[in-house]
Design a protein around this ligand. Structure first.
Ligand SMILES: Cc1cc2nc3c(=O)[nH]c(=O)nc-3n(C[C@H](O)[C@H](O)[C@H](O)COP(=O)(O)OP(=O)(O)OC[C@H]3O[C@@H](n4cnc5c(N)ncnc54)[C@H](O)[C@@H]3O)c2cc1C
Length: 463
């Protein structure tokens, strides 16, 4: 019996339930990758993230080869074309069973249900696995609805966690023989500066696991104190690997809880972040509005966002005149990654001080992040814009200068990205004379006035 496993957002061998099961269920197995540039464009996936995945596939292809599993590549033009292209592959290669891991976006759910229907017609079985720690329908409130607030969700999550040992799967089983050769993995066109950025990231599942181990051995116990300081490398930097499924959340919990006790505050805080990740996936699954480019809270559908293009463009290129924001945007544009504290600061500035639609910031992030993850990015943006689940209340607006004084006290992070500010007296908010002298932008908007304007607009809208 011949089986097929399809890679979606799970670019790993270990703890990959669909691949693992497929390898134990037949006489031979093909792995399949669908090269679908139109889908990536439709979903605003950054070239950087796709190139990162392609580099992983090259390694996976060799590793699969050693297991006698050929990695085949087919092409599709948009997500709707994936099901028919898979059917073509299945029928011309005499496949009996198809194995995939679940994805929670609306388009992906639709694609899988089309696939299931079409596979049935040609007499092929579709096996769907869930690689989450807990499936989204297994966590419910007492009244059997889904949670909309993080804290009770995390309590329910933790109570399930305490009753269950988190087990992870090993590598797939070696097949007795390989019936065809692997395909060449197509390259994607990457601008030279993006190639340099890609070189900043280690490739490979084993490297990702090692990075996790190093974080657990060397940094996690200081995580609570250091995680908010962007000049310190105090977080795990695992998000690119988690977002592309090179590493699973389950592996993170398995290793952290195997090594440390949650009585330690650093450990507990980090586990909370993994639970935030699961929470946003849960929200994506339970609320289809999130996949439809709509605010979680329906009442914001007609919110009067500002259309000021000049403001938005200045934010994108880091020319807002607020040093911490400009430095953060330089970090994003130069590395494809941004520190979490800064993501909150720049998102709140865009959606409150500039009153620009969170969807514009969400898209810009997806197009530039190497760790772009639809659920977490959408959740983070809607949290900042006060339109999401368990969001920041609209009147609690960060002052970016105060945030800068608090989390980048000595301006080390700002100086790294904006060295021209090294000698000004107040690095968090230089005087107009100093700005003129060094050619640094003036404020786009007055921080106090724009804060007041945002509160007025939100409160009038909420009446
Ligand atoms: C506006 C905004 C946009 C964001 N966009 C993304 C995104 O596209 N992709 C993404 O992975 N994360 C996103 N985040 C969440 C968070 O900023 C990153 O996960 C984190 O900065 C990654 O760094 P790290 O791996 O060192 O995290 P650590 O602090 O080491 O945390 C470990 C892991 O927990 C998860 N995590 C941490 N914080 C959060 C959070 N607030 N929400 C959900 N998961 C979290 C991530 O998978 C992370 O890798 C966003 C946050 C905001 C406010």
């Amino acid at each position: 019996m011949k089986n097929l496993f399809i890679f979606n957002s799970d670019f790993r061998l270990k703890d990959n339930p669909a691949l693992y099961r497929a390898s134990h269920s037949g006489d031979s197995l093909d792995a399949l990758f669908i090269f679908n540039q139109q889908k990536w464009r439709d979903h605003n996936e950054s070239d950087l993230k796709i190139a990162f995945q392609i580099e992983h596939l090259k390694i996976l292809s060799k590793e699969l080869d050693d297991l006698n599993i050929p990695l085949k590549v087919i092409f599709a033009n948009g997500i709707k074309e994936e099901a028919p292209k898979i059917i073509e592959y299945v029928t011309s290669n005499n496949i009996h069973n198809v194995f995939v891991n679940k994805e929670y976006g609306l388009n992906e759910i639709q694609r899988n249900s089309d696939l299931e229907r079409d596979l049935k017609k040609v007499g092929v079985k579709h096996h769907i696995f869930d690689s989450s720690i807990f499936t989204p329908d297994s966590i419910k409130t007492q009244s059997e609805t889904f949670f909309k607030v993080y804290t009770p969700f995390s309590k329910a999550f933790r109570s399930k966690l305490s009753t269950k040992q988190i087990e992870v799967l090993g590598i797939p089983k070696k097949q007795s023989s390989k019936q065809q050769n692997s395909d060449e993995i197509p390259a994607i066109d990457l601008q030279p500066n993006k190639k340099e950025i890609l070189d900043l990231y280690e490739i490979g599942e084993e490297n990702a696991l090692q990075k996790l181990e190093q974080f657990l051995d060397q940094k996690i116990l200081r995580y609570k104190e250091e995680r908010d300081i962007p000049s310190i490398d105090g977080t795990s930097s695992l998000s690119p690997y988690l977002s592309s499924g090179v590493l699973s959340s389950k592996q993170c919990l398995h290793y952290v809880l195997g090594k440390h006790s949650e009585n330690d505050i650093g450990v507990r805080t980090w586990v909370n972040e993994i639970i935030w990740r699961e929470f946003y996936k849960y929200i994506l699954f339970h609320n289809p509005r999130v996949s439809k480019n709509l605010s979680f809270a329906e009442k914001y559908d007609d919110f009067p966002w500002s259309e000021n293009k000049e403001h938005f463009d200045s934010w994108c290129i880091g020319k807002t005149g607020v040093p911490i924001i400009d430095a953060a945007m330089f970090q994003l544009n130069s590395t494809g990654w941004m520190h979490n504290r800064l993501r909150m600061i720049v998102a709140m500035y865009l959606t409150k001080n500039l009153l620009i639609d969170w969807r514009k910031g969400e898209k810009y992030f997806m197009e530039h992040l190497i760790d772009g993850d639809f659920a977490s990015n959408n959740g983070g943006w809607q949290w900042s814009a006060s339109t999401g689940v368990d969001a920041a209340p609209y009147f609690r607006i960060f002052n970016p200068v105060t945030q800068s004084e608090r989390f980048d006290k000595d301006g080390i992070f700002i100086k790294k990205w904006l060295p021209q500010l090294s000698l000004v007296k107040n690095i968090h908010d230089p005087s107009s004379e100093e700005r003129k002298e060094i050619g640094y932008s003036l404020h786009l908007v007055d921080l106090k006035d724009s804060r007041k304007r945002a509160i007025d607009v939100f409160s009038n809208f909420s009446k």
